[in-house]
Structure formats: structure tokens, C-alpha cells
Design a protein around this ligand. Structure first.
Ligand SMILES: Cc1ncc(COP(=O)(O)O)c(C=O)c1O
Length: 411
């Protein structure tokens, strides 16, 4: 038997039928008309936003829509946050439908001229990732007769310690090395751009408050130094994010309040604050991961070589991350439950596998579950981030999963 991750607090104490946003899982499946499906509870997202606001009273909150770009969910999140961070023109278009362009920033290497022009025309901020990209953005702005809004993404000297995905402290396709960032700011300002500040993103999926505090402090120090070298005060310093969520057994939830207290104190001491700089934190999964549940129905229960396989109609084509094939080194089990038997004692050790013809399609590896029969709904938690949009939906031609946002409109 292998352990499963902890259920999010909103679901952890439930007994009997799984309830998501006040409706039981079977009712959600009936609303979708078929399985598999994702249900996103926007009230859970709103609760995370409220928690952030209390912990970080002096910091703007940006939502990195790559975590979950579903249009209906985004429409609920947009009014709650100060900005949206996008990573493509596709995401830019979705974001422009729900937020003014001035509150949208576009990061990511390899932006083509047409993509730079689209952002400049719209009035979004481009987080430039290299000197070459900055020069091309200035040329596009000139051609359009618009001073482009440009922020400099800095590849910081430090990494986010203990993060699942490190994006600093090493050679990187993301951002300009810190040693050259001030010169780039000067070139951008001289080139007539509307310089918006720095974007400094050091890593993702961190569960250590200490590591985040350390990284934020180093980011502030770096921003002060770069501002001084450049001779310009940044209007905004995007401090990155990296707030992680507990996916696996033994993961401890991030102590966000501790980070907030440390950052509030650090900002009060920072010269840039006195000079009028604003600060932002950009978060994806911490806002949405725990709000999503993936529901899939048992099609077959079979035995092979003494092991029981629960075969469900959903799999890695919808929820790649739960199969362990999206950025994890060692495959571990996401929290999983039989939706009708929450809180019941385990009866057997089973592997929950999907319908794809590959051994990678495994949503639960030797997990202890209550009685599980054909027709039961199985729930995989932590499905609100990097689920439907980060999975190879076209692989093997199975239908896509339905995505529903709770509360349902009009209810
Ligand atoms: C620049 C940037 N911002 C935000 C995110 C969102 O990360 P997370 O969902 O872990 O908060 C990422 C993740 O890769 C990123 O690269």
C-alpha cells in the first residue's frame, strides 16, 4: 500500500457522499451529463484570496492564469484580484475579456513580433525576457505609435529553496541575468518605453515559509540594488510567487500568515516603498488547486497477479499531474476517494487506472480505498490547477472532460 496526499480542508472531514459546493458528486455528474468532469468551487478560491488579503495588506495579488484558464472560473476570479499574468496571446485574449489591459502582464520566452504587437496594441505590460526581445518590442511600439509598457524580467541570482520547480540562481531561458538588468532598464527608458518595473520569479510549489521569506527578502534587496544601478524607481516589483499546495503524504500546508508578517515588515524597511514602488505577488496553484475535484466513474474492476485494478473512464489525458507525469521526479499519489463513501474505512488496496493504452495512465497506485464497484464515482482532489489545460486531451482520442464552475450561475 502507498499513502495518498491529504484531502483539502474543505473536503477532509466529510462523511458519506462527497459534497462539492453544497451538491453531491452524483448531482454534479448528472449536471455534466457524463463523466469524467472537473468541478471548480469558486468560493474556495475566494476564501484563498481573502486569506491572502489579510496576510499581505500592502501587496497586490495577481493570478497566473496558466494554472487554470477556464473562462467561467476566470470571470469569477478576475474581480477579486489586482492583476492577471498571462503566458501567451491565447491567454491574453481570455484575460482581456475580464480585466483591463493595464492590469495584465505577459511573460514567457520566445514572444514573436506579432505577439508583442498584440500586447502593445491592447495596452498590456510585456515582461521582457531578453535584450533582443526588448529591442523587438520597442520596434513594434514605434511601428504602432504606442509607447510599450515594458517590465524587465530578471533572472535572479538566487533560487527558491525547496521549490518543486526552480527558476532562478542558474542559467535560464527566463529573464535577463541580474548583472545586465539595470542596463536593460536604461535602454528601455531611453528607447521611449513606459517602464513598468521588475518581474522576479524564482520558483514554484514551495511549502517552506522560511524559504519563501528568504527569497522575498533577497528579491527586495536585488530590486533595490537594480533600481539604484539603473537610476530609476520601479513603479512595480513583482516579487514572484511560488506558494505551494500539499499534494502528497507528508506535505505540510504553507504558513502564508508567517510569510505575510515577514514581508510586511521587510516592505516597511525597503527604500523602494518610500519612493512609491508597489509590490505584487503572482500566484497560480495556491489560489485554485484545492478548489478543483476531478470525478471519474468506475468502468471495470479486475484482478491480475493478485492485484486489484479499478479501471475508470478518466485518466492522464485530463489529469496528467495526478498520474505523476507533469514535472514530478517520483510518482506519488494525489488525494483520492470513493465519492459515495467518504470517511469509510479502507477495505482493499487497489490501483486506479485510466482507459488509455499506456502503463503511465495510473491515477492511484496501490491505494487503500473503501469498497469500490463498477458505477462508483472516484474523486481525485487538487484538480483545480494544471489539470484540464495541462493534460494531453487529444491523446488516444477520448472525449474531453466537462468543466463546471460552482456555484452554478443563477443558483
Ligand atoms: C512566471 C510564472 N508565474 C507564475 C507561475 C505559477 O506558478 P504556481 O501555479 O506554482 O503558483 C509560474 C509557473 O510556472 C511561472 O513560471
Amino acid at each position: 500500500m502507498k499513502p495518498i496526499g491529504p484531502l483539502p480542508p474543505e473536503f477532509a472531514g466529510q462523511k458519506g457522499a462527497l459534497t462539492i459546493a453544497g451538491r453531491d458528486a452524483e448531482t454534479w455528474a448528472a449536471t455534466a451529463g457524463d463523466t469524467p468532469l472537473f468541478v471548480y468551487d469558486s468560493d474556495i478560491v475566494a476564501a484563498r484570496v481573502a486569506r491572502f488579503r489579510t496576510a499581505f495588506p500592502a501587496v497586490d495579488l495577481h493570478y497566473a492564469i496558466k494554472a487554470n484558464p477556464h473562462a467561467d472560473l476566470l470571470a469569477r476570479i478576475a474581480p477579486l484580484v489586482d492583476g492577471l499574468d498571462v503566458a501567451s496571446v491565447g491567454e491574453l485574449e481570455v484575460a482581456l475579456a475580464v480585466k483591463p489591459a493595464a492590469a495584465i502582464s505577459f511573460a514567457g520566452p520566445g514572444k514573436r513580433d506579432g505577439e508583442l504587437a498584440a500586447a502593445i496594441r491592447a495596452g498590456a505590460t510585456l515582461n521582457v525576457e531578453s535584450e533582443g526581445e526588448a529591442a523587438r518590442a520597442l520596434r513594434q511600439g514605434e511601428a504602432l505609435g504606442i509607447a510599450p509598457r515594458l517590465a524587465v524580467r530578471v533572472n535572479p541570482d538566487m533560487e527558491l529553496r525547496g521549490s518543486g520547480m526552480k527558476m532562478g540562481g542558474r542559467p535560464s531561458p527566463f529573464g535577463v541575468d541580474a548583472a545586465r538588468a539595470a542596463a536593460l532598464v536604461q535602454a528601455i527608458v531611453a528607447g521611449g518605453a513606459d517602464w513598468r518595473g521588475f518581474h522576479i520569479y524564482a520558483g514554484s510549489q514551495a511549502l517552506s515559509a522560511e524559504a519563501v521569506i528568504e527569497t522575498q527578502a533577497a528579491t527586495l534587496t536585488l530590486s533595490e540594488r537594480l533600481a539604484e544601478e539603473a537610476g530609476h524607481v520601479p513603479p512595480l516589483v513583482n516579487l514572484g510567487g511560488g506558494f505551494g499546495v500539499p499534494y502528497f503524504a507528508g506535505d505540510i500546508p504553507l504558513d502564508v500568515e508567517r510569510i505575510g508578517a515577514a514581508l510586511t515588515a521587510a516592505l516597511a524597511r525597503c527604500d523602494l516603498t518610500i519612493a512609491g514602488t508597489r509590490y505584487a505577488i503572482e500566484l497560480g496553484r495556491w489560489l485554485v488547486a484545492e478548489a478543483g475535484v476531478y470525478l471519474t466513474r468506475v468502468v471495470d474492476v479486475k484482478e491480475s497477479g493478485g492485484e486489484i485494478f479499478v479501471v475508470v473512464d478518466g485518466g492522464l489525458h485530463h489529469q496528467l499531474a495526478a498520474s505523476g507525469n507533469f514535472g514530478t521526479v517520483v510518482r506519488r499519489n494525489y488525494p483520492i476517494a470513493v465519492a459515495a463513501r467518504m470517511g469509510e474505512a479502507a477495505e482493499a488496496t487497489v490501483s486506479v487506472v485510466g482507459p488509455l493504452c499506456t502503463p503511465l495512465d495510473r491515477l492511484g497506485d496501490r491505494v487503500a480505498l473503501p469498497r469500490t464497484a463498477v458505477g462508483d464515482l472516484v474523486a481525485i482532489f487538487l484538480a483545480g490547477a494544471y489539470g484540464a489545460s495541462a493534460s494531453p486531451a487529444a491523446f488516444l482520442g477520448h472525449p474531453p472532460a466537462t468543466e463546471l464552475v460552482a456555484p452554478l450561475s443563477g443558483s
